[in-house]
Design a protein around this ligand. Structure first.
Ligand code: PHE
Ligand code: FE
Length: 292
């Protein structure tokens, strides 16, 4: 679930009716471009052998290695040729129905600001590095691109079915924090992981988190945390399989089936789980101790 507290109920001044704003690329300062370059250099060093082949291929195909914050017009032109998607700028978070409408129509909304040089590791709201470096390479993959379109349509449907909370968990545990069993081995593809130096290591290498085989209903019932590394990662077998199971399942009866069921606590492992790694949860325990 996106944090609703910052979302306005109408487009901010200067934004269009669909909440988009001009990227105004010329406005970025050399210092801001340097933040992008610094983050980019750090991630490309870490990602070979960690990120999914699809992600690395997208990074290449979109020429994100070009220095500086990407110009969305150029980026959209390349992306459009590959999968029909575009990248559009927005001011901050947008309401759910607006977000879903953009996705359903192959427009990815990206934040129009970049974090400061003093905040390379942690930030509260998604900036252009998270949105573009993290998300857009996967949108160059035809199967994942179709999954995101289907998700947007599913979101519009969920709004009328009282399923938004459940559907948001699916987004969280795939698009944001997903792992995949690539033919080469376990890899990261979620945008929240691939755009973070510390979580790119943690998600794959740390003994603390659980790594569990993806199961649609299980994921939709599972809580998540937005303020620190995940305690649970779900592993899909392939993007084709993720697309197939989500498209072939009618979510309306699924929402009804899970509404009476309790949520699953973040670090719990269930009897039916396919456990890839049983986490020690040592990291989470230490953190909770520190926080008192
Ligand atoms: N099949 C889902 C539904 O019936 C739509 C969906 C597809 C949702 C893909 C998410 C991802 O609502
Ligand atoms: Fe994101």
């Amino acid at each position: 679930m996106e944090d609703q507290t910052h979302v306005l109920d109408r487009p901010p001044p200067g934004a269009a009716a669909d909440w988009t704003v001009p990227q105004d690329w010329a406005r970025f300062t050399p210092a801001e471009h340097l933040v992008w370059d610094t983050l980019y250099a750090r991630q490309v060093k870490l990602l070979p052998g960690r990120a999914s082949t699809a992600f690395l291929r997208g990074l290449d195909a979109l020429q994100l290695s070009k220095s500086g914050i990407p110009n969305f017009e150029e980026l959209s032109e390349r992306l459009m040729k590959l999968t029909g998607w575009q990248v559009v700028a927005v001011h901050g978070l947008v309401p759910d129905d607006v977000f879903f409408d953009h996705m359903a129509n192959r427009r990815f909304v990206a934040g129009n600001f970049i974090r400061g040089a003093d905040q390379l590791d942690y930030l509260q709201e998604p900036d252009v590095f998270h949105d573009v470096f993290g998300h857009v390479p996967m949108l160059a993959d035809p199967v994942f691109a179709d999954y995101c379109v289907a998700y947007g349509k599913g979101g519009q449907r969920a709004l009328g079915l009282g399923g938004l909370g459940y559907l948001s968990r699916l987004y969280w545990y795939t698009v944001e924090f997903g792992l995949i069993a690539d033919p080469e081995g376990l890899r990261i593809y979620g945008a929240g992981i691939v755009s973070s130096a510390s979580e790119s290591r943690f998600a794959l290498d740390d003994p603390s988190p659980n790594r569990i085989g993806f199961d649609l209903q299980r994921v939709m019932r599972t809580d998540y945390r937005i303020d620190d590394f995940q305690q649970n990662y779900f592993v899909i077998p392939s993007y084709e399989e993720l697309l197939r199971v989500t498209v072939e399942t009618d979510f309306a009866p699924l929402y009804e089936a899970i509404k009476p069921l309790p949520d699953i606590a973040i670090a719990d492992i269930l009897r039916d789980d396919v456990v890839i790694t049983r986490g020690t949860q040592a990291y989470a325990r230490e953190r909770d101790k520190d926080r008192g």
